[in-house]
Design a binder for this molecule. Structure first.
Ligand SMILES: Nc1ncnc2c1ncn2[C@@H]1O[C@H](COP(=O)(O)OP(=O)(O)OP(=O)(O)O)[C@@H](O)[C@H]1O
Ligand SMILES: [Mg+2]
Ligand SMILES: [Zn+2]
Length: 458
């Protein structure tokens, strides 16, 4: 006999409790508990586990390293984010906003992989086979090894995975499938957790690579429990500006690679196209028309330097206390830069609103962007133009000193490649390489950087 149990589960973080609570003690959210029914089989777990026990404890020095088999997706931007390709037998969670292009990316990936002779089972839990077919026609995906399976029932999906024995399984999406073992509706925390856990087991047991799509909530979290992120091997986030055509792929977690790499795509009628040289994309409009308060910085995304435009707008405030608004950079970082500008450069911003915006919807986290932000604000406040074709890189310390940044040679090379004539870098950054056709200006203080970036002849 099955034993029926109910519990209250926080839909935000997966915290479980026996009775209803208004506020979740785990994640602090209000009104997130939903009653879920669980049917537990009274199976003898101990016996089952012993039967499957094929991996007894082993001395670490005796462990033989099996070859970590990576399969290239044939899409280099995707491979880069995965850390060099899909690891066989791993489970990747692809998360992103509605309509960002998750199904498109995975259908294109399926096309590439099946072209390489891999057998793919594409479980389409949200769309019918004909809807997927329409998309695949538009994307020119047509191969012999790609099976579409419109199904939401987990047990049936499992049956077909075992019958077909594919190399790769794609589940679109984890929120849309449900298991008969769990009474709550598809998309609830218990369902998501159970289905994901079972998929993980199948992946390891049968050495099948799985890519699972997950939706993102309004707050930008992966819908469902945080535990989902702990469970899977890799979490890839697909981001982008709804109003722009480019999309950014980034790893939030990766058991088989680093998480600093990003992949950049452009969405078009024929699907996603890789952007091989992102700098060109982000500074296209800058080179066409430049105005005060805009600078080009060189940021490092993983191992790849990228030129990005940062804009500042400074103006007298109509409010009692001035506003500080940032987009694409951390506000506390900007507040610190403003404080340094006031104290060390003597720029009075106490009656000025300051807006800082990174063009292209990308987020910059590294402090190497400090100097660029500071110069954008300072030159806008003083209404002067930064010399065009000048790029800026450097971290700012509290005493107004410019601190060294990593990978300086690679950054200079990128700037040079894009035809810039000048780069302003920290004085403490030393390097061996010689660069032609580019003026490298080393600065110690913000104040030096300001005079270095303004062309007095103009
Ligand atoms: N005919 C078309 N031409 C150009 N772009 C299109 C066309 N059809 C769809 N798109 C693009 O594809 C996007 C939808 O892609 P896709 O269905 O892969 O997204 P998704 O992330 O899977 O969405 P969902 O969350 O609804 O499953 C649209 O937002 C649009 O940008
Ligand atoms: Mg979709
Ligand atoms: Zn919670």
């Amino acid at each position: 006999m099955a034993k029926i149990k109910t519990k209250y589960v926080c839909q935000q973080c997966g915290y479980e409790t026996a009775r209803y609570m208004g506020k979740c003690p785990e994640c602090g959210m209000w009104d997130t508990f939903v009653e879920e029914t669980v049917v537990k089989e009274n199976s003898n777990i101990t016996n089952k586990t012993i039967l499957e026990d094929t991996n007894p404890p082993i001395l670490i020095k005796d462990v033989k390293i099996g070859e970590e088999i990576r399969v290239s997706t044939n899409i280099s931007e995707f491979d880069r984010v995965l850390g060099g390709g899909l690891v066989q037998g791993s489970l990747v969670l692809l998360a992103g906003d509605p309509g960002i292009g998750k199904s498109t990316l995975l259908l294109q990936t399926s096309g590439e992989l099946s072209g390489l002779g891999k057998k793919i089972l594409y479980v389409s839990a949200e769309e019918s086979a004909s809807q997927v077919k329409l998309r695949s026609d538009r994307l020119d995906v047509n191969t012999d090894n790609l099976y579409i399976y419109p199904q939401t029932n987990f047990e049936l999906i499992k049956k077909h995975i075992f019958e077909q024995n594919p190399d790769i399984v794609i589940v679109d999406s984890i929120q849309a499938i449900y298991s008969n073992d769990i009474q709550s509706s598809a998309g609830s925390v218990s369902q998501i957790r159970e289905c994901c856990n079972s998929l993980m087991h199948i992946a390891k047991q049968k050495n099948i690579t799985m890519i699972v799509i997950g939706h993102v909530t309004k707050e930008g979290n992966i819908a469902g429990p945080k535990v989902l992120e702990h469970m899977v091997d890799t979490v890839i986030q697909f981001e982008g500006d709804k109003y722009k055509s480019y999309r950014i792929l980034r790893a939030a977690k990766n058991r088989f690679g680093n998480t600093s790499e990003v992949g950049i795509f452009e969405m078009g009628t024929k699907g996603l196209k890789e952007v091989i040289n992102p700098s060109e994309l982000f500074i296209k409009e800058y080179t066409q028309s430049q105005s005060t308060g805009s600078t080009i910085i060189v940021t490092n995304e993983g191992t790849r330097p990228m030129l990005v435009e940062v804009q500042a707008l400074v103006g007298t405030t109509p409010y009692p206390s001035p506003r500080r608004v940032t987009n694409g950079v951390d506000i506390s970082r900007v507040l610190q830069i403003l404080a340094v500008l006031e104290k060390r450069v003597g720029l009075n911003l106490s009656k000025q609103d300051v807006y800082v915006n990174v063009i292209g919807g990308i987020d910059i986290e590294e402090p190497a962007a400090d100097l660029g932000i500071a110069l954008a604000v300072a030159t806008c406040a003083r209404d002067v133009m930064i010399d065009s074709h000048t790029a800026i890189v450097g971290e700012i310390g509290l005493s107004g000193e410019i601190r060294a940044v990593n990978n300086i040679e690679r950054r200079i090379k990128e700037v040079q490649k894009l035809g810039f004539k000048k780069i302003i870098i920290p004085a403490s950054n030393n390097f061996e390489e010689k660069f032609d056709n580019i003026e490298i200006v080393k600065v110690k203080k913000i104040i030096d950087a300001i005079s270095a970036c303004i062309n007095n002849k103009e």
